[in-house]
Design a protein around this ligand. Structure first.
Ligand code: FAD
Length: 546
C-alpha cells in the first residue's frame, strides 16, 4: 500500500530536505499508517517524526543513496564515523569512502546482491575525511517502490577496526599458543571437566598411533586417578598441579614397555556464554603433558639390573647360608628332642640304675642346646629395605630379566602377561624380588625334576577391586592337594629325601607375603602344573592434609 504521509508539513527543518526526497516514494505499512493517523487525531507528536529522530540519533552510520550510490542523506553517526558533514558529502558517491584497497570481487558481490533486491552484508576498507583507513562492517538494503523497482539504497556501517584488531589479536595469540604447543617435544592435551579433549598437539597425536589407543589421555587419566587416589581430588579442587609422575605402560599389542613422565595443571577459564555475564561462572580445565622417558628408563634399568645381579647374588648367598644353618638346626633339634624325652621318662621312673646315663644325656642335651644357640646367632638376617610404593610389573620384569640365563639354560619359555597398567602396592622391593625369584626357581626345579616336556612359566598381573593380583604358573608336576598347606610349613619338602637345604623357600615366601598384608594360595582349579596366586592390597595415597 502506498500512502502519502499525514502531517508531513509539520516536520522540523533539519529533516525537511530528506522528506522532500523520500516522501513521494516511501511505502508505509498499513499498520504503521494507522498508528500514525491515530497519533495525529490525538494531536500527539507524530511517530514518523520519532522514527526520523531515531535514524538521526542511532549510533550507526546511516546513509541513503540513489540507485547509483550517490549520497542523499547521512545521520549524525555517519559524520562521527567518517568526519564528513552533510554539506561535504551529500551528492557525492559512496565510493568517496573507499580506501581503494578492498578487492574488486567484494564490490562486484555487493552490487550483484543489492541489484537483485537482496541485502548485502560485508566488510570494506574505508577511509575517513582525513584519509585514515578504517574497517567498515556494512549492511546495504535496497528500497523499492510499489512496482518493486529499486529506488534507493540504505547503507548502515560501523567502524570495527578496534573489534577486528582485538579479534585478530586473539586469533594470533591462539595461533602462537598452538604453534608453541605443537613445537613442544612433549605431548600436551587440555581436557574439560568431562574428560573431553579441547586441545592437543602433534606429539600427543603421535601417541595415538604409538600406543594404539584412540584417546590415550583417558587411559592415562584412569591410571593417574588410581595412582594418586585422594590426592587427585584435592589437587583438582585447589587448582594445584603435579609434576613428573612416572607412568609405566606395558606393551600394548606387543609394543614394548613405555615410560612417561606426566605433569598436570588445573586452570579455570571465564564462561563466555551470555548467561554467565553477571554470574562470572568459570570452566575448569586440566592441562596434561607427557614426556616419553622410555629411553632414559631403559638405560637406567640396565644399570639397575647390573646392580641387582650383585645384590641378588649376595642375597642368594645369605639365603643359602640361612637355609643350610636352619636345616642343620632342624636336624640337630630332632635328636635333642628325643634326648629330652628320654630324660623326662627317666626322671618319671626315678631310674637310679641309669643315673650315669641320664647325666650323660643331660650333658649332651645342654651341649646340643648351646650348639643350637651358637648356630642361631650365625643365621644371617635378610637385609631390611625401605617400604615404598612399588610397581609389581617392574619387579616381576626385573626378576625375569635376572633369571633369564637360568631360564634359557633350562629351556624354559616365559609367557609374560602383565596388565597394561598397574597401581602401586606398598612394599620392600628386595623382599618382593626374593619372593618372586623363589617361586620361579621352584617352578624351574619342579619342571626339571619331573622332566616336563612342555616347559613354560606364565606370569600375569591384573587388578581386581582393591588388589593387584600376580599369578605364576608352571607346566610341572603340580602340588598334590594334600600337600598344598604343608608346603608352607618349615622343612616340608616335596623333593626327594637326603638334602639338608630343603623346605624353607615357601616359608620365606609366606613370611614376605604376610609382611605385605598380601594373600597367597595354590590355585586348586589349575591342573596343568602349579599356579601360585598372590593378591596385594593396592596402595592408596593418604589424603593430603590442609
Ligand atoms: P565503482 O566504479 O564505483 O564500482 C566498482 C564496481 O561496482 C563496478 O565495476 C560495478 O561492477 C559495480 N557497480 C558500481 N556501481 C554500480 C551500479 N550502480 N550498479 C551495478 N553495479 C555497480 N563502497 C565503499 O568503498 N565504502 C562504503 O562505505 C560504501 N558504502 C556504500 C553504501 C551504499 C548504500 C551503496 C549502494 C554502495 C556503497 N559502496 C561503498 C560501494 C560504492 O558505491 C562503490 O561501488 C565502491 O566504493 C567501489 O568504488 P570504485 O570507484 O572503486 O568503483
Amino acid at each position: 500500500m502506498n500512502n502519502t504521509l499525514p502531517g508531513y508539513e509539520t516536520h522540523p527543518n533539519d529533516i525537511e530536505q530528506m522528506m522532500t526526497l523520500f516522501a513521494p516514494s516511501l511505502t508505509i505499512d498499513k499498520q504503521l499508517l494507522d498508528l500514525i493517523e491515530s497519533f495525529s487525531r490525538q494531536g500527539k507528536m507524530l511517530p514518523f517524526f520519532l522514527l526520523i529522530k531515531v535514524v538521526e540519533q542511532v549510533p550507526i552510520a546511516i546513509s541513503i543513496t540513489d540507485k547509483k550510490a550517490n549520497i542523499l542523506y547521512i545521520n549524525q553517526a555517519f559524520t562521527d564515523t567518517t568526519g564528513y558533514r552533510p554539506a561535504e558529502i551529500l551528492g557525492r558517491n559512496e565510493s568517496e569512502l573507499s580506501a581503494k584497497s578492498t578487492p574488486r570481487q567484494v564490490y562486484y558481490d555487493l552490487w550483484h546482491t543489492i541489484t537483485r533486491k537482496k541485502i548485502w552484508r560485508g566488510r570494506l576498507i574505508n577511509k575517513n575525511k582525513n584519509g585514515a583507513p578504517y574497517l567498515a562492517e556494512l549492511t546495504i538494503a535496497p528500497m523499492q517502490d510499489e512496482q518493486g523497482k529499486i529506488t534507493h539504497y540504505i547503507g548502515m556501517h560501523r567502524d570495527i577496526t578496534q573489534t577486528h584488531a582485538s579479534e585478530q589479536k586473539l586469533i594470533n595469540q591462539k595461533q602462537l599458543i598452538e604453534s608453541v604447543i605443537n613445537a613442544s617435544p612433549v605431548a600436551m592435551v587440555v581436557i574439560d571437566k568431562n574428560d573431553r579433549v579441547v586441545l592437543d598437539n602433534q606429539v600427543y597425536k603421535m601417541m595415538i598411533s604409538d600406543l594404539g589407543l584412540t584417546e590415550p589421555v583417558l587411559f592415562f587419566l584412569k591410571l593417574l586417578r588410581q595412582d594418586m587416589g585422594d590426592l587427585w581430588q584435592y589437587a583438582a579442587r585447589k587448582e594445584r598441579g603435579f609434576v613428573n609422575r612416572e607412568l609405566r605402560i606395558e606393551g600394548i599389542d606387543k609394543r614394548g614397555t613405555r615410560w612417561y613422565a606426566c605433569s598436570g595443571n588445573w586452570f579455570a577459564e571465564k564462561e563466555t556464554g551470555a548467561d554467565a555475564f553477571f554470574s562470572g561462572e568459570t570452566k575448569d580445565y586440566l592441562l596434561l603433558s607427557f614426556s616419553d622417558i622410555t629411553q632414559q628408563r631403559r638405560q637406567q634399568e640396565e644399570l639397575h639390573l647390573q646392580n641387582l645381579r650383585t645384590i641378588l647374588a649376595e642375597e642368594e648367598q645369605i639365603r643359602s647360608i640361612r637355609e643350610t644353618l636352619l636345616g642343620a638346626m632342624h636336624q640337630i633339634r630332632q635328636p635333642l628332642n628325643q634326648i629330652s624325652a628320654a630324660i623326662n621318662i627317666m626322671s618319671h621312673r626315678n631310674d637310679i640304675q641309669n643315673q650315669p646315663l641320664r647325666e650323660l644325656l643331660e650333658q649332651v642335651g645342654t651341649k646340643g642346646e648351646e650348639t643350637l644357640e651358637t648356630l642361631q646367632r650365625c643365621v644371617p638376617e635378610i637385609p631390611e629395605t625401605a617400604v615404598i610404593p612399588v610397581n609389581l610389573n617392574q619387579i616381576l620384569h626385573e626378576v625375569v630379566e635376572l633369571s633369564s640365563y637360568k631360564l634359557l639354560a633350562n629351556g624354559i619359555v616365559i609367557d609374560w602377561r602383565p596388565s597394561s597398567t598397574l597401581p602401586s602396592v606398598l612394599g620392600s622391593e628386595n623382599k618382593l624380588r626374593m619372593l618372586f625369584k623363589q617361586l620361579i626357581d621352584n617352578a624351574i626345579e619342579a619342571m626339571n625334576r619331573a622332566g616336563s616336556r612342555e616347559r613354560s612359566i606364565a606370569i600375569a598381573t591384573h587388578v581386581d577391586n582393591d588388589r593387584v593380583n600376580v599369578s605364576i604358573e608352571d607346566t610341572g608336576p603340580g602340588i598334590h592337594p594334600d600337600q598344598r598347606i604343608k608346603v608352607f610349613q618349615p622343612f616340608y619338602t616335596t623333593r626327594p629325601m637326603g638334602t639338608i637345604k630343603a623346605g624353607m623357600g615357601l616359608v620365606m615366601v609366606q613370611e614376605i607375603v604376610n609382611q605385605h598384608k598380601a594373600g597367597i594360595e595354590i590355585d586348586p582349579n589349575y591342573d596343568q602344573g602349579c599356579r601360585f596366586k598372590i593378591g596385594f592390597p593396592i596402595y592408596r595415597n593418604a589424603k593430603t592434609k590442609r
